[in-house]
Write a protein that binds this ligand. Sequence first.
Ligand code: ADP
Ligand code: MG
Length: 589
Amino acid sequence: MAVTTGTILGVNGNMVSVQVSGNVALNEVGYILLEDQRLKSEVIRITGDMVEMQVFEMTRGIGIGDRVEFSGELLAVELGPGLLSQIYDGLQNPLPELASQCGFFLQRGIYLNALDRTTKWEFTPAVSIGDVVSSADTLGTVPEGIFSHRIMVPFNFKGRFTVVSLASKGDYTVDTKIAELKDENGSIHEVTMMFEWPVKRAISNYEERLRPDEQMVTKVRIIDTFLPVALGGTYCIPGPFGAGKTVLQQVTSRNAEVDIVIVAACGERAGEVVETLKEFPELIDPRTGRTLMERTVIICNTSSMPVAAREASVYTAVTIAEYYRQMGLNILLLADSTSRWAQAMREMSGRLEEIPGEEAFPAYLESVIASFYERAGLVRLKDGSKGSVTIGGTVSPAGGNFEEPVTQATLKVVGAFHGLSRDRANARKYPSIHPLDSWSKYGGLIDPQLTQYARDVLFRGNEIDQMMKVVGEEGTGLDDYTVYQKSEFLDRVYLQQDSFDPVDASVGVERQRHVFNLIFDILAAQYNFASQREAREFFNKLRQNFLDYNGSEWKSDEFERLENEIKQMVAEKKNGIDPGAKKLMAVNA
Ligand code: ADP
Ligand code: MG
């Protein structure tokens, strides 16, 4: 097939206008040919024989008249064993290899294989010669870290195929032929352990999408108890700069009960990304005791890399996530920050001179954000097993203003909103998720009526706090003052969680349920305090005991002892139960 070529007629930032000599497709990859470099670019608009392309590299030195060669292929990633534990840039170049080839300053125009061609993987066939298969069926498996990686019929194979040859059990590289499949017309197709897939097309080789009804446990109390996320669901973490978005995502990536975590570090400051890269490989997976990297993929673009590559990075990340979902695994994709991605869109849209929407973001911002989050989901695969992709994205709105377009567009499509609060971060109340402004549409591990009761205490406590600022403690009744103390207590010992304490950092489901019940009893109790001072002293002491309790190993002697102490303290001062709470307890008993 003749290669389509073109000539550059204009350069505008990292966008070039190209006159083409043949057919090109939207999202097709082309290379700008410089003397000694080929710069990867993607077609983003076609008007007659003129196309606009975004260049994934610095555009220095590109001039009018330069040639472009089109690839006939859409922007795609390589899928196969060996993705796990990799650190890629947005175009799936392995960054460590790139760095070792180029030195500290990454050189443009160098594209490396995403999957190493020398590593051998131990293939075990799962079908036999003569079997009939179709796309996404498993031909065999290879062990990859702790997983059994399915070697599948490439997802773009249409129709039914007969297996006419198959590699026997043994060690092969990803580009070795492992099977020949005959289609219905008798043509033979060779299959290796890897194939490519266009990043902007969702992988949908599953039987059906299911309602995400199972919780994705993060072991962060405020999330799991009050603002749950479902496996296959979506959530967003908007927050001003420095509020704790990145730390929260790191904590989640370490502790969430999922198989694989994909981190798309997108456009944040280079220093921050370097930190992630340094820190991650050293983290130990609490589940396996091995390095966390074994079940992690990092896609990384810093703010100093060209904007177009940022855009690619979120798609690269979600495509890899969907690929592993086809193996019946649960994948968590964390994108930090989607604002940087949206800014890249805004920049390109400006260059294209499109009619701008709000704050100069493109008018299609909402639909692009929606179609990204739609790639999350819980699915039933053809073999009956289930897999999920959960997406959590941070948003970093300028000045922390959640009314801006990216936050608003994201809120329309996600299932949970974990809004970080500047005030809480300033007060070092971590994780700084705002307990009252945030919400979730998913079911969690506690009956929602009980959590609502606790939220009401927070809500009222907050109101009383505001009032006390005006009238002072003296002007506040003892009942109100007690509610305020209860809400402070709940905040301090349950909503706040110490990410650096070995025990408190991650709290499992069983413990959360157990501790929440104890907290509920404390919130629901009526106390015979004689004065505000007595109430304050009681809750101060209780809080201290509770923090020690939070730091003790689950079900250890220390844990039991502190729990008994807490219960006894409460029993001594308790003289009744709030009737509203009593009803809820009866229903839940
Ligand atoms: P963002 O990504 O929102 O800009 P970071 O996640 O980088 O903010 O957090 C900024 C700083 O706040 C961190 O370097 C750390 O000092 C502090 N911080 C954030 N979250 C926590 C936490 N859970 N526990 C303790 N300190 C935190
Ligand atoms: Mg950050």
